[in-house]
Design a protein around this ligand. Structure first.
Ligand SMILES: Cc1ncc(COP(=O)(O)O)c(C=O)c1O
Length: 294
């Protein structure tokens, strides 16, 4: 966002789902407007760890305030809320096909989704160096390929063909993989009862695609070290919240700061999660967690 001259205002998350807290969003918008220095334009809601943000509540706020809504569904591609894709509420959804994501390619890739035809044309243009698109050509002609007529400053953001070929194949089994991830998540929830501070809560009506399976533990680093000795890899998403990272630290925060986010950064631990995690391997992981006395 700072790239395009926008100022991010960081807002805290809900303790249960780790996703944007609508009440704190509303308070942050009110505070920004009261201060009068910035003009709120757009809300970015993240589908963290694979589950949808509270889109009905967030969209109602956006509508009231005249704001656009972007769904950052990099971790949530395939998630639904009350049977709907995040685009049911959002103007634009962004996603990532990085290999660690639910639908991963074999390198870098991503997509931007929209149902808005005006935005669609604009994004089609931006992704190929600002090439001319149909609305740019109304009332004019160009004797060459229109991608060589530049009508705005764009970038190179094409999806590599080889990655697209891989994604087409993986898309065919993606729904089955989402179902398999539910089975793995359910086995963790059952097997880890009482052994950790928390296992994930999914918003009512939501289906997570479980980009990550994140537990909380009061001695997170001790547990991670213990699991490493047992041959179980883990990861911390994220050890330093974005609003504290040096390049972002000077940007504003919603009223009261982000205490929930900061507390979570101390306790979260992501366990191995993929659709093909077998029952025996998963039991080994669960047993290793249960054997930790820290
Ligand atoms: C929530 C979220 N947003 C955005 C991104 C960025 O995706 P990419 O690295 O493909 O640009 C990621 C991936 O790390 C992510 O998890």
């Amino acid at each position: 966002m700072p790239w395009v001259g926008a100022t991010p205002v960081f807002v805290d998350v809900l303790a249960e789902t780790f996703n944007l807290d609508p009440a704190k969003l509303e308070a942050a918008i009110a505070a920004v407007k009261a201060e009068g220095k910035l003009t709120p334009r757009v809300v970015i809601a993240v589908d963290l760890f694979g589950q949808p943000a509270d889109y009905p509540a967030i969209k109602a706020i956006c509508d009231r305030e005249g704001l656009k809504l972007i769904a950052d569904s990099a971790q949530g591609f395939g998630c639904t809320l009350n049977g709907h894709h995040p685009l049911h509420w959002a103007d634009v959804a962004t996603t990532s096909f990085f290999p660690a994501k639910p639908l991963g390619c074999y390198g870098d890739g991503g997509a931007v989704l929209t149902n808005d035809p005006v935005l669609w044309d604009l994004m089609d243009s931006y992704r190929v160096h600002g090439k001319a698109v149909a609305p740019d050509l109304v009332g004019r002609t160009f004797d060459h390929d229109t991608k060589y007529l530049n009508t705005r400053i764009g970038m190179n953001s094409r999806l590599d063909t080889i990655q697209a070929a891989i994604l087409i194949e993986k898309l065919a089994i993606f729904e089955d993989e989402i179902d398999l991830r539910q089975v793995v998540a359910a086995r963790y929830a059952e097997g880890l009862k009482g052994a950790v501070l928390s296992t994930p809560d999914v918003i009512a009506g939501g289906v997570s695609v479980w980009a990550q399976y994140v537990i909380e533990h009061q001695n997170r680093d001790g547990l991670a070290a213990h699991l490493k000795t047992q041959g179980v890899p883990t990861a911390v998403y994220y050890p330093v919240p974005m609003h504290i990272q040096a390049p972002y630290a000077a940007f504003p925060r919603g009223a009261g700061g982000l205490p929930v986010t900061e507390a979570k950064a101390e306790t979260v631990l992501a366990l191995p999660m993929h659709p093909y995690l077998g029952e025996a391997d998963q039991q080994t992981i669960i047993d290793a967690i249960r054997s930790f006395n820290g």
